[in-house]
Write a protein that binds this ligand. Structure first.
Ligand code: ADP
Ligand code: MG
Length: 376
């Protein structure tokens, strides 16, 4: 690893970190005004930084070679390419919002896999944001930084993402999941401490090659919007479990009907999971994870064989619950397992992947970790 001094020829002023995340439950509910329940991971991006007085931002990543420079004054969407679109986008939104950030040298260090659905993109945006603000001693509400990071990803990077990832990276706290109600724009910290119950939350990257993710994501959104319009509601969040059968009977398209059933039952599962976690019944949350996976596999159709094999194998090895997490078509599964069985569960998945001729999976233990902060 190269040091800050070696790259920029000067000492850093400080370092700021922002974590990746996994969503415990509530998939494809964000754009339906629904509920999500992410935790922040111990894996994170650290941006080490020094201030510059020439209005230039220079960025370097240990993952990528070289230094990319851009002038703050000439930033506009499209003006900076490659991975530097993320830090450039964050600098752009901060200035658009009126924050008087200045030039900076930024060195990115990460132990988050990229493109695995653990939200390295949001972590990079948020870490850059807190570093650029921190260098100028600007104090900004974490949820506001999250909203700006989403704006950067939507308008500068050009990815139509929701607000969950950025909120998780900014607002999570250790030992808690972040219960985020998108319609109400309200958050609540829900105690989540698997270790205290003798449990481990395994995150397994199934290393599946991405298959038409963007097009499929857009098609799911379209289905949900079409169904909401047909039902005369602003978003599928308006349909409750009580009204589900009636709503399904009104829909003309069978595929849309299954998409709606996933979204409505998934939002209900988030509420049930939160109630169980509040009651200290973490083991019972496992069944909801598994039901969520079945719904994503059969009704929302966003899983791939690697995800299904990983979930089925985890359950066969004794996991109390398992599901794919993230947008689908690849990425990761989470499995809630007895800590004593964590190693053998992962070994069983490795074996099953070998037998299926899949790429070797990797795992990490997801301790619920704090959101972005300055490092001491
Ligand atoms: P995910 O958010 O699931 O990891 P994305 O495709 O949304 O996947 O974001 C990954 C992109 O974020 C990478 O292609 C790269 O442009 C950028 N990125 C993430 N981590 C780093 C890093 N450590 N250094 C440079 N760029 C990074
Ligand atoms: Mg991302």
């Amino acid at each position: 690893m190269t040091t800050f001094e070696e790259v920029f020829g000067t000492a850093p002023d400080g370092a700021w970190r922002a974590p990746g995340r996994v969503n415990l439950i509530g998939e494809h509910t964000d754009y339906n005004d629904g509920l999500v329940l992410p935790i922040a991971l111990p894996n994170r991006i650290v941006v080490t930084a020094s201030a510059r007085d020439d209005g230039i931002v220079a960025v370097s990543s240990n993952g990528q070679n070289g230094v990319i420079e851009f002038a703050l004054d000439s930033l506009e969407p499209g003006s900076v390419g490659d991975w530097a679109t993320y830090p450039a986008g964050m600098a752009w939104v901060l200035r658009e919002a009126g924050y008087e950030i200045g030039g900076a040298n930024l060195l990115v260090d990460s132990d988050l896999p990229t493109g695995a659905g653990l939200s390295s993109s949001a972590a990079l945006l948020c870490a850059t944001g807190v570093a650029l603000l921190g260098l100028r001693d600007l104090e900004v509400d974490p949820a506001e930084v999250a909203r700006l990071a989403q704006k950067a990803e939507n308008q500068y990077v050009g990815a139509p993402v929701g607000l969950m990832d950025q909120m998780a990276s900014m607002c999570c706290t250790a030992g808690h999941a972040l219960y985020f109600d998108i319609r109400a724009m309200a958050t609540e910290q829900i105690p989540f401490d698997p270790e205290a119950d003798g449990l481990t939350l395994l995150v397994i990257d199934v290393k599946a090659p991405h298959r038409h993710v963007d097009g499929e994501y857009a098609a799911r959104r379209k289905s949900c919007e079409r169904a909401a319009a047909e039902l005369g509601v602003p978003a599928l969040r308006s349909i409750t479990m009580d009204g589900l059968d009636e709503a399904l009977a009104k829909l003309s398209d069978d595929v849309d009907r299954r998409r709606v059933r996933h979204v409505v039952t998934e939002i209900d599962r988030v509420e049930q999971a939160v109630a169980l976690m509040r009651a200290g019944r973490l083991r019972d949350v496992g069944a909801l994870f598994t039901a969520s996976h079945v719904s994503m596999r059969d009704d929302f159709e966003i899983t791939v064989p690697e995800l299904d094999v990983a979930v089925d194998t985890a359950l066969a090895a004794g996991a109390v619950g398992a599901r794919m997490t993230g947008g689908g078509f690849g990425g990761c599964i989470i499995a809630l397992v007895e800590t004593a069985k964590a190693d053998q569960t992962f070994a069983a998945i490795e074996r099953a992947f070998g037998e299926h001729g899949f790429r070797a999976p990797t795992s990490l233990a997801a301790t619920p970790s704090p959101g972005a902060s300055k490092l001491d």
